[in-house]
Design a protein around this ligand. Structure first.
Ligand SMILES: Cc1cc2nc3c(=O)[nH]c(=O)nc-3n(C[C@H](O)[C@H](O)[C@H](O)COP(=O)(O)OP(=O)(O)OC[C@H]3O[C@@H](n4cnc5c(N)ncnc54)[C@H](O)[C@@H]3O)c2cc1C
Length: 459
């Protein structure tokens, strides 16, 4: 039986970048994908990617058929639509990409680097031997046959389904279950509109508990009168049906009058800090490792960066002949110190904003307590507090929203530091308890109040 160096489960953004990186480093790589090849890249998505990701990963930005439109910036709107925070990075913030064409480019680059690609191959479970992951059991969907595929290292890049992560041995300390409240249920449609789109080069994100509780809705113009419109809701008990919310509250708006549906899909986004990224003979990247930005759910860029890091680590470990969790651990250290620390802070912020009511957003955004820039991680509340960008907030504030913001800001700083001091495997369980303590404190934090903010906040 053919044995690969690296078996990658999933031919999405993280899997293809990982495959390409590993093959370029000389590894024998096989990507396993349940979909038929021509469907690669097709998935529920807002299709927006920041320009910086392309530079960070070292791949060329989208052009030609891959590019729907260039994005000048992002407008974050309050629920009452009265406050707009515009986020702009120089003249070009990012792109609206054709996910299918982009996905095919990534796959082609992986194939050109020498990756073997098996489509219609559904991965069922990991194969363990002597306490190591040594391969995967798969179903060949074309032949309706179950078989086994072996590799020195396996990468779970299967997206939110996390087919392997769910089946890891408990003593490897890999979180197998993501809580529902850490997931967003999303729906998205591409619509052709006949109404004039205002500022078409700006993506619109609208915070609204009524329409998208625990999330937001988006209106992303993508050229030629096309709009990617959608929403995500936090999957807490009795969360509303996203499709009903889309049709009732968003598609009823004047922009969508007489609009035509081109396509539409639903999907889940994990919106929490990343998990422990390695076990014996296995790594995790992308949505399977919860590497999306927790505050706004973007995961295309983060999944590609993680795929690259994971492949580089796998290559080094294979070279040394030791693919143990301990020897793969540098992926955790590198990733957490460069990205995980920021995302852990944003996870804390995400828990705070999921507790805010529409009146908190209206008031908070108007008075720069809640900023679009905080959600998009261009700055943090604690940096703004420390550099006196929010002089109207006192450390002694007792109003629930201000108190919660101060508590959030302190916890963001604390958790970021904890992630920057990511432990070696022996210290992981003690370290994880410190993280849990902060997250639990945030989840228990209450914001309910009948005291109008204005009463305590008129400085
Ligand atoms: C509605 C919605 C809107 C979004 N909008 C944006 C956005 O605008 N910008 C942004 O940056 N991010 C967005 N995201 C998030 C982004 O799409 C993901 O974070 C990103 O695609 C993750 O990449 P990945 O490679 O980890 O997983 P995926 O891209 O999901 O790839 C996983 C691959 O694994 C395959 N697979 C799964 N299970 C198996 C199995 N058992 N066997 C074999 N193959 C398997 C899948 O078919 C798939 O091809 C959005 C997500 C949703 C749901």
């Amino acid at each position: 039986m053919e044995k690969h160096d690296l078996v990658v489960v999933g031919g999405g953004t993280s899997g293809c970048i990982a495959g390409k990186t590993a093959a370029e480093l000389g590894l024998k790589v096989c990507i396993l994908e349940q979909k038929i090849k021509k469907e690669i890249g097709i998935k529920a998505c807002g299709e927006a990617v920041g320009i910086h990701h392309f530079y960070n990963i070292g791949i060329s930005p989208p052009k030609g058929d891959e590019l729907y439109s260039k994005v000048a910036g992002i407008d974050v709107l309050s629920p009452d639509l009265k406050t707009v925070h515009r986020i702009k990075v120089k003249n070009l913030t990012g792109f609206m990409v054709n996910r299918k064409v982009f996905g095919h480019r990534l796959l082609r680059e992986a194939l050109d680097a020498g990756v073997k690609f098996l489509d219609r191959t559904l991965v069922l479970e990991p194969i363990f031997k002597n306490n190591f992951t040594v391969g995967v059991k798969v179903k060949d969907l074309a032949r309706n046959k179950t078989t086994e595929i072996y590799g020195k290292v396996v990468l779970d890049a299967s997206g939110v389904t996390a087919i392997l992560r769910r089946k890891m041995p408990p003593n490897w300390q890999i979180e197998r279950i993501v809580e529902n409240s850490d997931l967003e249920a999303c729906i998205q449609e591409t619509r052709e509109v006949s109404t004039q789109i205002e500022d078409p080069e700006y993506l619109k994100i609208i915070l609204s508990r009524k329409i998208a509780p625990g999330g937001y809705y988006w209106i992303f113009p993508k050229g030629n009168n096309l709009v990617n419109v959608g929403l995500g809701v936090q999957m807490t008990k009795n969360f509303p049906n996203p499709k009903k919310q889309l049709y009732k509250h968003i598609l009823s708006q004047s922009l969508f009058k007489n609009s035509k549906k081109i396509n539409g899909r639903a999907g889940l986004i994990p919106t929490r800090r990343p998990i422990n990224l390695v076990g014996n003979g296995i790594l995790f990247a992308g949505d399977s490792a919860c590497q999306t930005n927790p505050a706004h759910g973007s995961g295309i860029g983060p999944s590609m960066i993680a795929g690259k890091f994971a492949a580089q680590t796998a290559c080094k470990a294979i070279e040394t002949g030791d693919v143990s969790q301990k020897n793969l651990w540098s992926y955790n250290i590198n990733y957490m110190s460069q990205y995980g620390n920021k995302y852990a802070g944003l996870d804390v912020y995400r828990i705070f904003i999921q507790k805010c009511r529409d009146e908190d957003f209206n008031y908070g955004m108007k008075n720069q307590l809640i900023k679009g820039e905080h959600i998009f991680s261009r700055t943090t509340p604690y940096e703004d507090l420390e550099s006196n960008q929010m002089p109207w907030i006192r450390r002694t504030d007792t109003h629930p929203l201000l108190k919660a913001l101060i508590q959030t800001s302190n916890n963001m700083k604390r958790i970021k530091k904890i992630y920057e001091q990511f432990p070696q495997p022996e210290g992981y369980s003690t370290w994880a308890l410190k993280v849990k303590e902060i997250i639990e404190e945030m989840k228990e934090m209450t914001l309910e109040t009948s005291v109008p903010l204005q009463a305590t906040h008129n400085r």
